[in-house]
Design a protein around this ligand. Structure first.
Ligand SMILES: C[S@@+](CC[C@H](N)C(=O)[O-])C[C@H]1O[C@@H](n2cnc3c(N)ncnc32)[C@H](O)[C@@H]1O
Length: 247
């Protein structure tokens, strides 16, 4: 699962995703929600290479990042020496001090393949959140996305960053063997002198969710849903959910 996030690929991820995702807009999205609930300290789960962290740190949020890939953590710490990045698993983590808000970003919820994974994550977040703390995260909306990829769909993305040119050929198909899973086969290429050089070939099984699933999973794990927000992303139909810890 982590091949796309480690062993050197984290550097390519870092470049490519800065062309796929507008991290300034992501920051505006999350910070507007956190400010509304007067939350100034935040834990980002799935902090990746720190592209979103930079904006939180520059804007004086008390920020911590957590990621499962040690290579992602190392790269974000190198890029942002003022940042506090931890290696950990969202399903089982314990902070030294609880936080006022937690965000799970970049559709990292897609890696919570079982309902047990989801419950473990929500319980860990609950323990590490202050009373009335805010949880906000995005997820791929199975209801819309599965209608697009049903029967299989090819998608192509090009990315140019710092004079390096990359492309990604994806093939996606539904796989409902266990929850609303989908298979994502992606081939990553670097383009040099008009030649496509294969740099990674990844086959992952990831998960989309419906709003109803999250409503129930959050309720069962002592979070109150405040709202769902339609949040389309560069490739996926997504929602974000804002929830509050209840005792
Ligand atoms: C699609 S990337 C998103 C990274 C970043 N949020 C961004 O937008 O660029 C998903 C991230 O989730 C992390 N991840 C996957 N499973 C995780 C887990 N169980 N606990 C913490 N992080 C996890 C991966 O290592 C990866 O950095």
């Amino acid at each position: 699962m982590q091949s796309l996030y480690s062993n050197g690929f984290e550097k390519i991820y870092d470049s490519m995703y800065q062309t796929f995702i507008n991290y300034k807009d992501e920051y505006l999205f999350y910070s507007t929600i956190l400010k509304k609930y007067t939350k100034n300290n935040v834990l980002e789960i799935g902090s990746g290479t720190g592209n979103l962290a930079k904006h939180f740190i520059d804007n004086n949020f008390n920020y911590q990042g957590l990621d499962y890939s040690q290579d992602m953590v190392n790269l974000s710490s190198l890029k942002l020496p003022k940042g506090h990045f931890m290696h950990g698993d969202m399903r089982h983590f314990k902070l030294e001090k609880s936080v006022d808000s937690t965000i799970i970003t970049g559709r990292s919820t897609s890696y919570l393949l079982s309902n047990k994974d989801v419950s473990n994550t929500l319980q860990a977040i609950h323990i590490n959140l202050n009373n009335n703390g805010i949880l906000c995260f995005d997820f791929i909306d199975a209801n819309r996305f599965f209608k697009i990829i049903k029967g299989g769909k090819h998608l192509y993305h090009a990315a140019s960053f710092n004079n390096k040119h990359y492309s990604r050929d994806s093939y996606l198909n539904t796989n409902t063997s266990n929850n609303f899973m989908f298979d994502w086969h992606s081939k990553y290429f670097q383009i040099k002198q008009n030649k496509k050089i294969l740099i990674a070939d990844d086959k992952s099984e990831v998960r989309a969710f419906t709003k109803n699933e999250w409503e129930l999973l959050l309720h069962l794990n002592n979070f109150k849903v405040l709202k769902f927000i339609d949040k389309p992303a560069y490739m996926f139909d997504c929602y974000a959910v804002v929830a509050q810890k209840i005792a």
